[in-house]
Design a protein. Structure first.
Length: 147
């Protein structure tokens, strides 16, 4: 059975250990599952678990109502495996009857000349741009290593 194309890295890309990636994944049908505090915290726990297992170093992340943005440095496993594990564990822990995540994810490998702090600020400001809060400190579901 062929894998869905959404589970692959973008054409011509490969998973590179030590590389910085901006990852985005969306809930099935863009349902706002993470408006619920327990569900949002469950996903956050899985982001942190990936770091504890030395799969990646999380530089910044935000859990939005229907998606996540996650800036990482990839460590000991391929990017596809990291995302597969994250999605499977978070789905299992959320214990929702329907699928939690859409197939696949978006990855952007940061180039050396890209400003990592600028990317992190973009991630963290997502709730402001979405109109959920007026200032970053009012949104509870984000973190960055620079704080």
């Amino acid at each position: 059975m062929p894998k869905p194309k959404g589970s692959l890295l973008r054409r011509g890309r490969y998973s590179e250990f030590g590389r910085l990636y901006l990852l985005t994944t969306v809930t099935q049908h863009r349902l706002p599952l993470f408006l619920d505090l327990y569900r949002a915290r469950t996903v956050i726990h899985q982001l942190r678990l990936a770091e504890q297992q030395n799969s990646c170093q999380s530089l910044a992340w935000v859990v939005m109502p229907d998606h996540i943005h996650w800036l990482i440095e990839l460590k000991d496993i391929p990017l596809g495996t990291l995302m597969r594990h994250f999605k499977a564990r978070s789905s299992r822990m959320l214990d929702i009857a329907s699928p939690v995540w859409q197939a696949g994810y978006h990855d952007h490998a940061l180039r050396r000349e890209e400003d990592v702090l600028h990317v992190a600020r973009y991630i963290i400001a997502n709730p402001i741009r979405a109109g959920l809060v007026r200032k970053v400190g009012d949104y509870p579901h984000w973190d960055a290593i620079w704080l």
